[in-house]
Design a protein around this ligand. Structure first.
Ligand code: FAD
Ligand code: SIN
Length: 519
């Protein structure tokens, strides 16, 4: 099957849907989700969205907090663009129907998280992402110009490579003509030709054993773009959220929002000490890389697999009123957070790097844009400031919209693109090969490429990954595709990028910390 569309949007989180709603006013749009429309990290966002709304907060304060958290690796121009456009983008979200918590006088209630010098996080209790996604999905479902393809898996971007023309990676002559999509229910692969393609495929958390990310977060967009010749950067900066609820079985790991520490909860070790003041003067509200490393060390020193988050000192009614999701989830596993401390540990959470884009979300591949967690805009540098990612997605999807609007009418479809060719492949009935390889990659990444790294561990990881890669490419070339095999291939691609970029960063910076370097 073949389709043609002005705009192809791969991903239905905040980045994809906010872009789709805007371009749909000007052309037809195909929007793709590999699962249901609302399944992605956006729905799980808890703390909220950082934006400058009222004094005493100022753009300048938010800019400085972002630069400090990013450990001198942010692109200051991009930081300024993102933050000065924050209030406008938040207003738009409200116009689309998002309901943030407000005070009695109608002003927004603003929470605080690690690294922020002011209260500036708009939220809907502890379920902000669910509310944002609800509002966007409602708008998208009723838009006449949008065709929604759920349970469709983007396998690869279409470029000159599919016409038999080889152009070296990173070359600015590479063009994107759309994507091959697999209907997960039938296994059939269709060709979607588009004038403009936006990758909004979210994060990479499932490269690790334990992550706050939903299972769809397998780095597909980054892997597809890399294979197509896009520039990928900063993949060594994987953010581990300091406080996921400790569990040996739960997938995804349940997040305990940093806003709870903003509200007064404090980390305690197994000796009963509030230990964060020993690591940083900002104590429990230091930037995430510092808190996650401190917890990691406390866990290693005590030999335990978690530390405690003490919520028992907080007002009981306020706790239940402001954090109903966390209260209910903890209660469901036997913890009453008004009386008992929460066992927490750091867990893979966010990819600061990704597909390199410019200030209009353009990649180095013509007619291909990227926005949201899949993109590397330069905002986060070596460590993302809490609650800056929903904001980044909105700002850069808007900028992609501005740029693509000016172009799409002068772009023509490439009609000679061949359909997907699976001649000579056979049905692979051995799912165990795929499942076991995925577990091996996740184990390698968790044990050798985690919060604390070393050159020895990184090189071990690379050697082990190489064998799994050879086996998987062999399987891929021989098999009729299924999406699990495509995901495994993507996870391997992304793991490879993380390890290589970690090996090449010969210093400690932000989220990349190696015992081999002093700074
Ligand atoms: P997502 O919302 O993850 O959506 C990805 C989309 O891509 C999905 O629709 C998926 O189906 C689709 N997709 C992926 N691969 C394919 C494929 N191969 N084919 C077709 N479709 C595909 N950030 C904040 O700013 N504030 C917070 O409070 C906050 N809390 C968080 C809490 C949790 C538990 C998590 C996991 C993250 C949190 N973050 C927070 C980070 C933030 O939620 C994400 O970075 C952001 O939502 C990503 O949005 P996105 O649109 O880029 O991707
Ligand atoms: C949280 O609520 O702690 C997560 C916020 C974020 O990842 O930005």
């Amino acid at each position: 099957m073949r389709r043609k569309t002005d705009f192809l949007v791969i991903g239905t989180g905040v980045a994809g849907l906010s872009y789709a709603l805007k371009v749909a006013e000007h052309g037809n749009v195909v929007v793709v989700a590999k699962s249901t429309i609302d399944e992605g990290s956006t729905k799980y966002a808890q703390g909220g969205i950082a934006a400058v709304m009222y004094s005493p907060d100022t753009y300048e304060k938010h800019i400085i907090d972002t630069l400090v958290a990013g450990d001198s690796l942010c692109n200051e121009k991009i930081v300024r663009i993102t933050i000065t456009e924050s209030s406008e983008r938040v207003k738009e979200l409200v116009e689309w129907g998002t309901r943030f918590d407000t005070n009695l006088d109608g002003t927004f209630k603003l929470g605080k998280e690690g690294g922020h010098s002011e209260n500036r996080v708009l939220h809907r209790k502890d379920q902000t992402g669910k509310e944002i996604e609800r509002a966007l999905v409602e708008q998208v479902r009723t838009h006449n110009n949008i065709t929604l393809l759920e349970n469709h898996f983007a396998v690869d971007l279409i470029t000159q490579h599919h016409l038999g023309i080889e152009i070296p990676p990173l070359d600015d002559k590479i063009e994107c003509y759309g994507a091959y999509l697999m209907d997960i229910k039938t296994g059939k692969i269709e060709t979607v030709l588009s004038k403009i393609t936006l990758l909004a495929t979210g994060g990479v958390g499932n490269v690790y054993e334990s992550t706050t990310n939903p299972i769809i977060a397998t780095g597909d967009g980054i892997a597809m773009a890399y294979r197509a010749g896009a520039l990928i950067e900063n993949m060594e900066f994987i953010q581990f959220h300091p406080t996921a609820l400790y569990s040996t079985t739960e997938k995804p790991a349940f997040l305990i929002t940093e806003a709870l520490r903003g509200y007064g909860a404090r980390l305690k070790n197994h000796k009963g000490e509030y230990f964060m003041k020993n690591y940083d003067e900002r104590a429990d509200l230091a930037p995430r890389d510092i808190v996650a490393r401190a917890i990691d060390l406390e866990m290693k020193n005590s030999g335990k697999y978690f530390v405690w988050l003490d919520t028992t000192v907080l007002d009981k009614n306020g706790l239940i009123e402001n954090f109903p999701g966390i209260y209910a989830r903890c209660l469901s596993v036997g913890i009453d957070i008004t009386k008992e401390m929460i066992p927490v540990r750091p867990t893979a959470h966010y990819s600061c790097g990704g597909i390199k884009v410019d200030e209009y979300s353009k990649t180095n591949i013509k007619n291909l844009y990227a926005s949201g967690e899949v993109a590397s805009t330069g905002l986060h540098g070596a460590n993302r400031l809490a609650s800056n990612s929903l904001l980044e997605a909105l700002v850069f999807s808007h900028r992609a919209y501005i740029d693509s609007l000016a172009k799409f009418k002068s772009i023509y479809f490439k009609d000679d693109i061949p359909d997907w060719n699976d001649e000579g492949t056979v049905l692979n009935e051995e799912m165990i090969l795929i499942i076991q390889s995925l577990k091996e990659v996740q184990s390698i990444m968790s044990n050798y490429v985690g919060i604390v790294r070393s050159n020895l561990r990184l090189n071990r990881a690379l050697n082990r990954l190489e064998l799994i890669n050879i086996e998987t490419e062999d399987l891929f070339n021989k098999s009729v595709l299924n999406f699990e095999l495509c995901e495994l291939r993507n996870v391997i691609n992304v793991a490879y990028l993380i390890i290589n970029m970690a090996i090449n960063r010969k210093e400690n910076r932000g989220l990349h910390y190696s015992i081999d370097y002093v700074k």
